[in-house]
Design a protein around this ligand. Sequence first.
Ligand SMILES: CC(C)(COP(=O)(O)OP(=O)(O)OC[C@H]1O[C@@H](n2cnc3c(N)ncnc32)[C@H](O)[C@@H]1OP(=O)(O)O)[C@@H](O)C(=O)NCCC(=O)NCCS
Length: 176
Amino acid sequence: MARGDHNDPGSGHSPDISVNVLRPAEWQLVRRLRRRALRESPDALAPYEREAQWQSHDWARTFDAGRWFVANADRRAVGLARSLPEPAKPWQRNIESVWVAPGFRGRGIARRLVDAVIEFEVPNGVTQLLAWVLDGNDRARVVYRRRGFEPARVQQPFPGWPGRTEERFVRRLAAD
Ligand SMILES: CC(C)(COP(=O)(O)OP(=O)(O)OC[C@H]1O[C@@H](n2cnc3c(N)ncnc32)[C@H](O)[C@@H]1OP(=O)(O)O)[C@@H](O)C(=O)NCCC(=O)NCCS
């Protein structure tokens, strides 16, 4: 299990990529990666300042609310995603908080994270994976479309961020 996080893949090296589900004892790794993600890509994710104020118990509660997946490159943590239940719809999960360290983008790591969530959730009876993409995040739109997500033609204001909107994408899984 990776303990550090990492930005520079180094020249000419093709890192060994793996994805794993975190255990509750690893919530501090989520905090570190999520803070890094929010500092680096606030426009795509959420304002940094809000979560920067959180105490340990807020992070622990957030950790417990979903399942967290970390992508490792040569055993260093370089990507994050979480799978969150949809209230009263056990056949749906949301994939959220997807982030890949800038130096590791374009190498299929987001694809590996999406695939890992699907592999984990399908045996639990999940037949639809939902993703919300903030306005202006065309790269994420491309990534999700390439992974078989389709626009659900649903838009809503982004909670707690006046003026921003998010759009829903759905990937129907095999059993749907
Ligand atoms: C969006 C993000 C997660 C993508 O991560 P990534 O590891 O670079 O994506 P991948 O390399 O797995 O790319 C997935 C697919 O999208 C394509 N893709 C990725 N970026 C692309 C781009 N800029 N233009 C065109 N295609 C692109 C890839 O070719 C790949 O397609 P393939 O599987 O058919 O080869 C990453 O850029 C990121 O962390 N951005 C900031 C945070 C963010 O936007 N999160 C999403 C919130 S909804």
